[in-house]
Every structure is written in structure tokens, then in C-alpha cells.
Write a protein that binds this ligand. Structure first.
Ligand code: SF4
Ligand code: SF4
Length: 447
């Protein structure tokens, strides 16, 4: 793919085109220094410029300036980005790659829609399933039945592209583990704060145990906990897959549902997310809805109330109260892997480590590259399983070298990615969410 060089006087781009095709103003931030290259997983894998942050930005800019059509090479460069945002952490110019990729994918969906099977799969998944807890619950129940009957492979084959990823789904837990959280859980001891736990879409179906552990830990830290299942999906997966219209709709639903959580006395809870991807996305609702006159101010207020689970618990009051409740566990060597959307997306790095250091006697070992992507990347593991597994392989090597018998994460996508990778390789390393680790240490509970 050859791109004509940038001329001294570039053709101006109308704001309408910029909004449709790429985020042109953001693409101008790159100073081409190349400091991002070594930390980009797709560049590390391929070694080719269009698979790097700098290359992707160069292509976006060329498309915006009319020097390049959105041809297959461009589509591939935009599609293969993991949106891990590692480049954002190392870029001296402060690029916003997550935002740029979302806009570029949304633009491609408008000017060069994918084939109908992909469009239909996305429509069913992103617009039909994720926003509906009832439908997700039905699908989870049906998947559990198929898994127990050993029929997932047969059905995946029958569904063709629509069944992609069915084989790799983890075992769906029984219905009792997929229940909604209680509307209200009082603090376990003297009460100090009020939080709402964002339940999300996929987590209640696959990781209900993480939610329940989160409630117990928050309550032990002195918080009363409201269940927050009203809005289901935050819209992160829709945005990452270039469906910004649905992402905005989910953002409005989430904000409206959260506003209803304000108590009669005017007390507004802190909205806790134990999913790094959802938390990072909800913290950016103000950007997503900036051009919506009815919602822009409400979004700005909303983002001030969102906190990651570890971010909240590591604040002085909750941390001190929780630390008094933590006892010894018998987990062996434990390591923490930073979810991309927690470290690069939210700048939350030390807080989970501080909380782990409060567990008496916990043997914490470090990973070689804890901030590099595991390859889960939203739907990437389902849509591009081979590439995803290649990215994961490097992480699994680092994990083996660390000697850890438990890997701690804080994002459901990474959790599933590690679990399936470890299962494939026959490893007995256990994967826990940070909330599960802390829950096991509560009152020195036996493991
Ligand atoms: S580090 Fe930032 S400014 Fe430098 S090449 Fe990469 S994206 Fe561009
Ligand atoms: S978001 Fe990740 S995969 Fe995409 S360009 Fe940046 S570092 Fe590379």
C-alpha cells in the first residue's frame, strides 16, 4: 500500500467528512517519533509499519486528506488494532488511539460496510443481545445446555460465521450463579459510604461469582452496596467495534439509570466498575456525548462518579478498614497482570498492588511485561482467534517464568483469555479477579 506523501499545503477536510471517516484533528497530534513501536503488540508480531500506532495514524490522516481511499490495506490496519491503548501510555504527544480507532471503525462501517454475515452477527450481538439481560440470560442458559450435552462444536458449525467463538466459550455456570445482585447490601460493620456496583452484560452470565466477591469486599470496607443492573451494557463493545450510535444509546441508558440511584436525601453513590474495559469506557462518556446538547452536561456529572473497584478501595478510608479484615491465605506465589484498560485506559496501576500488599504473607511475584496486552481485546479473541492466541503466547511464557501459581486480573475479557489459554496448554495456574483474591483473604478465610 503506497501513500502519497503529505504535501506542504494539505487539502482541507470538511468537518462533516472528518466526523464520518476519521478523527482528523486527533490524527495531527502524532510527531512520528516511533517511541510507540516496541510496545505495540501488532507491530511486535508483524514488524510492518501499517500495523503500528504511527502507521495507523499516518493512514488515517492520508484517508482524511484524500490521499488514500479506504482500501483493504487500510481496513486491515484499522481492524487489527487491539485497542489496547499501550501506545497512549508511551506517546510523548499524547495521542488518543482508542478514540481514533473507534471513530475510524465507525467511519468504515458507513463508507465500506462489511459483508452481510458480519453485519448481521454484529447487529444481533451488539444491538440485540448485549443491551438485554433477559436475552443474554436465555442465550447463557441455552449455551449451558449445549455444553453439558457436548454439542457446542456441532451447533457452531451449523451457525457458520454467526457461531464463531461458540467452541471457545468457557463453561456457563448454573442459573443460581447468574442471579441479579441484591438491590441493597448493608456495610459489614460500621457504614461509611454508599456505592453501586455496575453489573454489566457478560459478567453476570459468566462471572457472577466475581460480582458477589466484590460486594462482600466492598461491604467489609465499610460501604453499603447497591446492585446496578438496570442498564445492562455500558456500550464499550459497541464503540470498539465501530457502532458509535449504539454506544451512545447505551451511554444514555446507563446515565439515566444511574441518576435514578440518587437517594431521596440527595445522596449519590459512587459507581464502581470491576471490569476495566467498562470502567474505562464509562469514564469517557463525556467525550462520547459531547455533541449531544441534552446529555453532554449529564455525562460530565456522571463520569465524576465512576471509579474502578481497586481505585476506590485503595483510598485511605476503605483501604484502612479493609486491611483490618484481611487474613492469611494459602495461595502460593501470586502475580498481578495489568488489564490494558485499567493501566493505559484509566491510569490505575499501583492501587491493585497496594491492596494485594495488604494481604498478610501474600507471596507476590512480578511479571516481565505486566502492561502488555494478553490478546483478548474485546471481541478480538473471537473474531481473530489465531492472532489473539499468538499475542497471548508471549504472556503465557512470561507467566510461566514468573513461577506464579495464581494470576490476578481485573477485567473479564483478560480473565477468560487467560483461563482458556491456560486450559489449552494444560497449565494448572489459577486465574482470579482481584475481588476474588481479597474475598478469600477476608477474615483469613481458608482457601
Ligand atoms: S509515540 Fe506517539 S507521536 Fe511518536 S510515533 Fe508513536 S503515536 Fe506518533
Ligand atoms: S492500541 Fe495497541 S494495538 Fe492499537 S496501535 Fe496502539 S499499541 Fe498498537
Amino acid at each position: 500500500m503506497s501513500v502519497p506523501p503529505t504535501t506542504a499545503v494539505e487539502p482541507p477536510m470538511s468537518s462533516m467528512q472528518a466526523g464520518v471517516i476519521v478523527d482528523y484533528p486527533a490524527s495531527l497530534d502524532c510527531i512520528h517519533c516511533g517511541l510507540c513501536l516496541d510496545d505495540c503488540p501488532t507491530y511486535r508480531l508483524t514488524g510492518v509499519e501499517p500495523q503500528s500506532p504511527r502507521g495507523r495514524i499516518h493512514l488515517m490522516r492520508a484517508v482524511a486528506e484524500g490521499r488514500l481511499d479506504p482500501e483493504p490495506g487500510y481496513v486491515e490496519a484499522i481492524d487489527t488494532c487491539l485497542v489496547c491503548r499501550h501506545c497512549e501510555s508511551v506517546c510523548p504527544a499524547g495521542i488518543h488511539m482508542g478514540q481514533m480507532i473507534e471513530v475510524a471503525r465507525d467511519g468504515l462501517n458507513r463508507v465500506d460496510p462489511p459483508r452481510w454475515t458480519v453485519r448481521m452477527a454484529r447487529r444481533i450481538g451488539l444491538r440485540g443481545l448485549l443491551p438485554s439481560r433477559a436475552r443474554l440470560s436465555l442465550v447463557a442458559g441455552a449455551t449451558r445446555m449445549l455444553q453439558r450435552a457436548g454439542l457446542t462444536g456441532v451447533v457452531a458449525k451449523m451457525l457458520g460465521p454467526l457461531g464463531a467463538g461458540l467452541r471457545d466459550l468457557p463453561n456457563v455456570p448454573p442459573a443460581r450463579e447468574r442471579q441479579r445482585l441484591p438491590d441493597f447490601t448493608p456495610a459489614d460493620g460500621p457504614g461509611f459510604g454508599l456505592v453501586a456496583l455496575h453489573e454489566g452484560c457478560v459478567m453476570p452470565q459468566l462471572h457472577g461469582r466475581v460480582h458477589r466477591a466484590s460486594v462482600r469486599v466492598l461491604a467489609a470496607a465499610g460501604d453499603a452496596v447497591l446492585g446496578f443492573s438496570d442498564a445492562t451494557c455500558c456500550g464499550a463493545l459497541q464503540a470498539h467495534n465501530g457502532d458509535l450510535e449504539s454506544a451512545r444509546e447505551q451511554a444514555r441508558r446507563t446515565i439515566a439509570a444511574f441518576e435514578r440511584k440518587t437517594a431521596d436525601d440527595g445522596t449519590t453513590p459512587v459507581l464502581i466498575s470491576n471490569s476495566a474495559g467498562c470502567g474505562a469506557h464509562m469514564k469517557e462518556y463525556d467525550r462520547l456525548l459531547a455533541d449531544d446538547p441534552e446529555w453532554a452536561e449529564r455525562a460530565k456529572t456522571f463520569v465524576t462518579r465512576v471509579q474502578d473497584f481497586a481505585e476506590h478501595l485503595a483510598e485511605p478510608g476503605p483501604r484502612e478498614r479493609l486491611a483490618q479484615r484481611l487474613g492469611r491465605t494459602d495461595l502460593g506465589a501470586v502475580t498481578y497482570d495489568d488489564p490494558c484498560h485499567l493501566c493505559h485506559g484509566q491510569g490505575v496501576r499501583e492501587q491493585p498492588r497496594h491492596l494485594m500488599s495488604d494481604v498478610p504473607g501474600l507471596d507476590v511475584v512480578t511479571l516481565e511485561r505486566p502492561e502488555s496486552c494478553c490478546g483478548a481485546a474485546g471481541l478480538h479473541a473471537l473474531l481473530r482467534p489465531d492472532e489473539s492466541r499468538t499475542v497471548l503466547a508471549e504472556k503465557l511464557r512470561d507467566l510461566a517464568a514468573s513461577g506464579a501459581s495464581v494470576l490476578v486480573t481485573a477485567n473479564p475479557g483478560c480473565h477468560l483469555q487467560y483461563e482458556s489459554g491456560l486450559q489449552r496448554t494444560g497449565s494448572d495456574v489459577q486465574v482470579l479477579h482481584l475481588a476474588e483474591l481479597l474475598d478469600r483473604a477476608l477474615d483469613g478465610a481458608p482457601t
